[in-house]
Design a protein. Structure first.
Length: 254
């Protein structure tokens, strides 16, 4: 039994060597992939040790020299650079690397992965107090998403920005976003699209919060009534909470 096992192992070793002759090109590709991956993790290691300049150089080498066409490791490297430049308050460099990163979302990474990364980065920079920088960061994202025809993430990102402006009391900026969001939930005749009930409720809930904060009771009543008419939605309980709380307050007010 042992002898047979040994014989099989020897055979499979021979097979591997035999295969090797025919897949030489693939092997070079594998080596290249391993080099790129190693470069990423080495740079990340430098970053963990606080060697920021060396880490930035390492990520840059990966993008400009090692990776011949846009790929996942380049995308990940740019993501690290964006976060580091933000941490160092190097906003010009951050924006330029972020724009570069967004050019990868069409082909280099899967849609799900790029969505997850973009939303994480938006969370990461949303703590910034510089309103103009945030505006520019989000606008850059939204333009790239229109270009990539990613309507779902465009909506989520705009909603996220709306919530950010609400938290900061930037109601004029919020008003503009609510208009765009609402328009995206309408058909070409400007009528609310019945298939977009869930999104419409999210937009209404955000505007209801703004109207409550600004004490615009007339608009509040109108929004509440329109929200109740939507039947095709599967809303998040939090969204319904906002809408029903609004109704409760209005009834008490009356």
């Amino acid at each position: 039994w042992e002898h047979t096992t040994h014989h099989n192992t020897a055979m499979s070793d021979m097979d591997e060597e035999y295969d090797f002759d025919y897949t030489d090109g693939d092997d070079d590709q594998d080596d290249e992939d391993i080099n790129i991956e190693n470069q990423y993790f080495n740079s990340k290691g430098l970053l963990s040790n606080g060697e920021e300049e060396a880490a930035l150089d390492g990520f840059d080498t990966l993008i400009t020299t090692l990776e011949e066409e846009k790929g996942e490791w380049g995308f990940k490297s740019l993501k690290q650079m964006v976060k580091l430049h933000f941490k160092r308050k190097e906003f010009g460099k951050m924006m330029s690397r972020y724009k570069q990163m967004l050019t990868y979302i069409k082909s280099a990474v899967t849609r799900n992965y790029s969505e997850k990364c973009i939303l994480k980065i938006l969370d990461f920079v949303s703590v910034c107090e510089e309103v103009e920088l945030l505006q520019s960061f989000y606008e850059t994202t939204l333009e790239a998403l229109v270009d990539a025809k990613n309507e779902r993430l465009w909506f989520k990102t705009n909603l996220k920005l709306g919530k950010l402006w609400f938290d900061k009391g930037e109601y004029t900026r919020l008003q503009k976003i609510l208009k765009e969001l609402h328009k995206s939930c309408q058909d070409e005749n400007g009528i609310d699209d019945a298939n977009k009930g869930t999104q419409l409720l999210e937009v209404f809930a955000l505007e209801i919060q703004m109207c409550t904060a600004t004490k615009n009771n007339k608009r509040l009543k109108e929004l509440y009534e329109r929200a109740l008419l939507i039947r095709s939605a599967i809303p998040h309980p939090l969204i319904m909470g906002v809408i029903h709380e609004c109704g409760g307050k209005m009834n008490m007010g009356e």
